[in-house]
Design a protein around this ligand. Structure first.
Ligand SMILES: Nc1ncnc2c1ncn2[C@@H]1O[C@H](COP(=O)(O)OP(=O)(O)OP(=O)(O)O)[C@@H](O)[C@H]1O
Ligand SMILES: [Mg+2]
Length: 421
């Protein structure tokens, strides 16, 4: 498909609302093919968000505001004093659902155009419209002309009928409205939305991986999001409602320490697999409520890992089950693990063992001038939101709708948003 690019020099901004951190990237497009240079970044520990859901609107709003301010200050010169307005935001996997359908249209023997494809997509969109959820992505994944399969791009070809296989992603309206409210209160407009795992995949996968078949697992704090890619498209998305936060919580409960200490101990000494020396290495675990520092509890590192490993195995077993149940486990031999919780020592080995695939860690590769502090796997989704915004506009339902409905483009987009928000 032909991706409509933003003009060179456009300012673009992303807001990634996670359960652990909220992050904002401001960038500028540097070419017509969607390359983005980063001008400003901000991130803060998340407040008011749990498991991908807003639980305290004013706390979330305050954190969003501070995060955006930091990014704006860094990008001050390029923004010429104008405050940030439009942002692309993430939809956590817990609120999203994949729908796989197809749509047929009659071509009557003429050459297939962009508009025919959009007509088919728009027809499919009508099938999923519902008052309970919002359509987020409409991705054409395969084409058939007069029943012949395996057509990658039908444009320019002739035939009587065109069938398009489509992957659509919807998001539950309630949680989405709370997200939108938090953002609007911060004086920002939601320009577009992208499922977290899709964004993660767009920023960490090489073209070949997207093409040949690859599963991306974005292990965050409250949610582990999954996206399966093949033929250059996301063909399925799913999630498991458990992440790094649950590991920390297990440590705090079982080792009777505060969650802050559990978090620190996890990142410093944690591992997904026990190794030979772990019985001999002792870790100080400050006991909850203990005033005396000497009252720390010395436990072998192996005991800490014995708390961590089963939880991570549970997450990965659930990921495998979701993929198997839905028929996507067999797609590709590769898994790319990303997200903050993918930084756990030895997690690649554990994932290889549970999923029986080749596993590597993914970090954002598609943006220019990304500061080191935000170039790790925890920022894969944030970075990918900008890639989505600049390179995948033709998968946005509003754009598709706009191109087949009369009126000026701006009127149609406005109409669509008004109807749907
Ligand atoms: N070095 C590390 N080892 C293990 N876990 C880590 C490490 N660094 C961060 N984490 C974990 O990563 C998680 C945060 O990841 P991330 O920033 O991707 O989450 P998020 O995007 O805010 O959350 P979500 O996507 O689930 O809403 C936390 O649970 C944190 O404990
Ligand atoms: Mg996340």
């Amino acid at each position: 498909m032909n991706h409509k690019a933003k003009p060179k020099g456009s300012l673009v901004a992303a807001l990634d609302i996670g359960s652990h951190k909220i992050a904002c990237f401001i960038g500028r497009t540097v070419d017509e093919s969607g390359g983005v240079e980063i001008l400003g970044v901000g991130y803060q520990a998340s407040k008011g968000i749990k498991g991908g859901t807003v639980v305290d609107l004013s706390a979330a709003e305050a954190t969003i505001r501070q995060t955006v301010n930091t990014a704006e200050n860094m990008a001050l010169d390029a923004m010429k004093g104008y405050p940030l307005r439009d942002v692309v935001i993430n939809i956590p996997g817990v609120h999203a659902k994949s729908h796989l359908l197809s749509a047929d249209i009659q071509i009557h023997g003429h050459e297939i155009t962009d508009n025919d494809v959009r007509r088919a997509l728009s027809k499919a969109q009508d099938q999923v419209l519902s008052p309970d959820y919002e359509l987020i992505h409409t991705i054409p994944v395969d084409f058939k002309i007069d029943g012949h399969e395996g057509i990658r791009d039908p444009r320019g070809m002739v035939g009587k009928s065109l069938e398009v296989g489509i992957h659509m992603v919807t998001a539950d309206l309630g949680p989405l409205e709370n997200f939108a409210e938090g953002i609007e209160r911060s004086h920002l407009d939601v320009d577009s939305l992208c499922v977290s795992s899709y964004a993660a995949g767009l920023s960490v996968l090489a073209e070949d991986e997207m093409d040949l078949g690859c599963t991306v697992i974005d292990m965050g704090a409250g949610v582990t999001s999954i996206a399966v890619f093949q033929g250059g498209h996301m063909i399925y998305s799913d999630h498991v409602p458990i992440g790094g936060w649950h590991v920390t919580n297990d440590i705090a409960k079982i080792m009777t320490c505060s969650t802050a200490d559990a978090e620190r101990i996890k990142t410093l000494y944690g591992s997904a697999i026990v190794s030979g020396n772990d019985d001999n290495e002792l870790i100080d675990i400050p006991q909850i409520g203990a005033v005396d520092k000497h009252n720390a509890n010395n436990v072998p590192r192996s005991q800490l890992i014995a708390v961590i490993q089963p939880r991570l195995e549970e997450i990965l077993d659930m990921v495998r089950a979701r993929l198997e149940e839905n028929g996507f486990f067999g797609i590709g031999r590769r898994v790319v693990l990303t997200g903050g919780a993918s930084q756990m020592q030895n997690i690649m080995e554990l994932t290889e063992h549970v999923l029986d695939k080749r596993v590597s860690q993914g970090r954002p590769i598609r943006l220019y001038s990304l500061p080191d502090a935000v170039s790790g796997p925890a920022f894969a989704t944030t970075a990918g939101l900008l890639v989505y915004l600049t390179q995948r506009q033709d998968e946005m339902p509003a754009e598709i709708m706009a191109s087949v409905t009369p009126g000026t483009l701006w009127e149609r987009v406005k109409y669509w948003w008004k109807e749907n928000w």
